[in-house]
Design a protein around this ligand. Structure first.
Ligand code: PEP
Length: 244
């Protein structure tokens, strides 16, 4: 499985921002890693038209129906997306979504042919209480469906307290968590778990990317703020290309 540099534009991005993707493509015409930008539904078709690989940021569990304002996985695919994020902590905090809903959204993403980037992560209080691994295991039990494979699924470890804060765990903490996640995935999914991509997410930027990508079991990153500008995201892609 190739490494993955995934951006998450969140509720950012207008037509005027599309040149950022064109600049990114110019910097990385033939990247040695997979590069995906997950963007707002309003922009997906225009993002895909630049030639970059695009993903949705969320999807409804149902394929269609009376759900005003929601976006389904087939709609994302129809707009040109090949990926979708599920389980992002901002869906938990902003919309009170649960592991069971994330599992259903993940199944919906697969059914539409999308590769799912499924996020997990502990809050600051859980981190301070030393509960990180218990929280992550419970989230994986509840949100990763049993038929997950390395081809259909990427797991992103995103400590909630590191998202958008400029804070990150130490490299040793990231390495320890990723080793535990790999052990869980291998025990549960066998060879697929041993090869399923594991991303780190939370305040990744050019200045810390090399240290993070040097760690075992870090197969890439999910990047929020630093994915909005080509000048910020491009060196992160390069760092991932240069990692062993
Ligand atoms: C995210 O929200 O997925 C994220 C990692 O954000 P940031 O890089 O801005 O911390």
């Amino acid at each position: 499985m190739r490494k993955l540099a995934a951006g998450n534009w969140k509720m950012n991005g207008l037509g005027a921002d599309l040149p950022q993707l064109e600049a990114l493509m110019a910097d990385h015409a033939q990247p040695a890693v997979d590069v995906v930008i997950c963007g707002p539904a309003t922009l997906l078709t225009r993002m895909a038209a630049t030639g970059i690989t695009v993903g949705g940021e969320d999807c409804h569990p149902a394929a269609s129906g009376a759900h005003t304002g929601d976006i389904s996985a087939p709609m994302l695919a129809d707009a040109g997306a090949t990926h979708v994020i599920t389980g992002h902590s901002e869906r938990r905090t902003d919309h009170s979504e649960t592991d069971a809903q994330f599992a259903a959204k993940t199944e919906a993403g697969w059914a539409a042919g999308l590769h799912v980037i499924l996020c997990i992560g502990e809050t600051e209080a859980q981190y301070r209480a030393g509960d990180t691994l218990d929280v992550l295991r419970a989230q994986m039990d509840g949100s990763i469906p049993d038929d997950a494979t390395a081809a259909t699924t990427t797991i992103a470890y995103e400590p909630v307290w590191a998202i958008g804060t400029g804070l990150t765990p130490t490299p040793q903490e990231i390495a320890d968590v990723h080793a535990a996640l790999r052990a869980y995935l291998t025990a549960r999914f066998g060879d697929d778990g041993a090869t399923m991509r594991l991303l780190y997410g939370g305040s990744v930027k050019a200045s810390n990317a090399n240290d993070i990508f040097a760690l075992a079991n870090v197969d890439g990153a999910l990047v929020g703020g630093a994915s909005l500008k080509a000048a910020d995201f491009s060196p992160i892609i390069t760092a991932l290309e240069n990692a062993d």
